[in-house]
Design a protein around this ligand. Structure first.
Ligand SMILES: [Zn+2]
Length: 107
């Protein structure tokens, strides 16, 4: 292309994100993960995280994936992911009970 015309060429799409990850020699996916990690979000889904990398949902998924990989039998039920999972289940159950009460009251 002629040098004078280069400035006139319009870029398609949105502008590139300019930050410390822009010029790293890693894939776009990895850059996205690094940006989410920096902001304190789950690197997979972008929800608030509970571990260094993952939200509770993806933490449990990663745990089970690794357990399958090494064929674990025992469970370390005192670990963080199990405790958080149990807490989340309790709050869900409480919410369900509350909602049932509301629905029954309306009828
Ligand atoms: Zn997630």
């Amino acid at each position: 292309m002629h040098p004078k015309r280069i400035n006139k060429v319009k870029r398609k799409g949105r502008a590139k994100i300019q930050d410390e990850f822009t010029n790293l020699q890693v894939s776009r996916q990895r850059k996205c993960q690094l940006r989410r990690q920096k902001e304190g979000l789950c690197i997979i889904c972008g929800q608030p995280r509970v571990s260094p990398h993952y939200c509770l949902n993806h933490l449990v998924m990663a745990r089970e994936r690794q357990r399958n990989r090494i064929r674990s039998r025992r469970r370390n039920t005192g670990s963080k992911s199990y405790q958080l999972e149990a807490e989340a289940r309790k709050t869900l159950a409480r919410q369900r009970v509350r909602n049932k009460g509301r629905l029954a009251g309306k009828k």
